[in-house]
Write a protein that binds this ligand. Structure first.
Ligand SMILES: Cc1cc2nc3c(=O)[nH]c(=O)nc-3n(C[C@H](O)[C@H](O)[C@H](O)COP(=O)(O)O)c2cc1C
Length: 353
């Protein structure tokens, strides 16, 4: 039913400016209700003491304000990550700021954390309450004009802890100047120490994930792995969008400033995840994201070390049926390879020490 409706609407959405199309989709999913079908048991897993019905999640940035996550969860996602939310509301960059690169199966965005701010998002979450069997991630960021960025994150953790299944600290968006500075060794050390202190002092119950960028070099990735291994960070999301462009892009929007997502990000995100899994000897749960558009991609990411995966761009190009299609085929792949559950497949392509 939904698929039929989407197939009718989809060609029209293609002619609507991307941000308007997105806002219409949010309106649609904020009203959309459907009973969630039970997942095949082989897809159930436990990550950071959270029970995931299946490992396919919606990545941050789609439901920035927590208005539509129940509708989106009912598409069959195991979890939806809302945000990025900042302490104070902010309007983001000048429009246009989302660009489709259809031939490249990619999107470039330079939104700049447009969102209604922590207070309003909290109200939205309270109003909508999460469908009990699925999980809600809340992705947090700093305001553009923040004088003490780390303090923003610490305050936001305390605000959202009670409502989140898990919290993501986004220090990797390319559209907030200097945000990626927080990934640098000395800054990251200071940052994670402060996060640990707040976790302890406030008995924070949500697992805390860090989202990193795909443009890190080998040395930077190694530094991050070392710091994370001796910290209380519970998981790493790999990765955000990339500021680099391949020469092979076809669409004329390729030169737009911002972060690129979708197919051109796939190999890079996959390699980064694999490298990080090996560097951390499989000790830290990883969430793989970037260019995943079918079950083969999702399975490959899991075999390379992802406990969970997320997608965004493929939902835009393929429509809501992508979630059930991926799950169905993933079940087939797991059974074919004689895995009893998805957890058994994590990292199986890597040799660890
Ligand atoms: C339009 C758009 C907005 C995004 N906004 C955010 C955001 O607010 N916070 C965040 O952590 N990631 C954001 N992302 C990045 C995605 O969460 C994801 O990491 C990235 O798109 C790679 O996945 P994909 O190739 O499946 O899209 C955004 C991506 C897109 C396309």
């Amino acid at each position: 039913m939904l698929e039929k409706l989407y197939k009718k609407i989809f060609p029209i959405l293609n002619f609507v400016p991307p941000e308007l199309a997105h806002n219409l989709a949010i309106k649609f999913f904020s009203k959309y209700k459907k009973t969630i079908e039970k997942d095949d048991q082989i897809l159930n897993s436990n990550v950071c003491n959270l029970q995931f019905s299946n490992p396919i999640g919606l990545a941050a940035g789609f439901d920035k304000n927590g208005e539509a996550y129940n509708g989106l969860l009912s598409l069959g996602f195991g979890f939806v990550e809302i945000g990025t939310v900042t302490l104070n509301p902010q309007i983001g960059n000048k429009k246009p700021r989302i660009f489709r690169l259809k031939e490249d199966k990619a999107i470039i965005n330079r939104l700049g954390f447009n969102n209604v701010g922590a207070e309003k998002v909290l109200k939205n979450i309270k109003k909508n309450e999460v469908n009990s069997k699925r999980l809600l991630g809340i992705n947090l960021g700093k305001n553009l004009d923040s004088i003490e960025p780390i303090e923003d994150y610490l305050k936001l953790i305390k605000i959202f802890d009670k409502k989140a299944s898990y919290i993501t600290l986004n220090i990797s968006s390319p559209n907030t100047p200097d945000l990626r500075e927080l990934e640098k060794k000395n800054n990251l050390e200071k940052f994670v120490k402060k996060v640990s202190l707040v976790k302890r002092k406030n008995s924070i119950k949500s697992p805390i994930f860090l989202k990193i960028d795909p443009d890190l070099n080998t040395k930077e990735l190694g530094d991050i792995a070392d710091i994370i291994l001796s910290s209380s960070i519970d998981g790493i999301i790999i990765s955000n969008t990339s500021i680099n462009r391949s020469n092979n892009l076809i669409n004329t929007n390729a030169g737009e400033v911002g972060g690129i997502s979708g197919l051109p990000l796939k190999t890079k995100s996959n390699k980064l995840l694999k490298d990080f899994y090996i560097l951390t000897n499989g000790k830290i749960p990883l969430i793989g994201v970037g260019g995943i558009s079918n079950a083969k991609d999702a399975y490959e990411r899991i075999l390379n070390g992802a406990s969970l995966v997320q997608l965004y761009t493929a939902l835009v190009y393929h429509g809501p049926s992508i979630v059930n299609n991926i799950k169905k085929e993933l079940v087939y792949f797991l059974k074919k390879d004689n895995y009893k559950c998805v957890e058994q497949a994590i990292g199986k392509l890597n040799k660890l020490k």
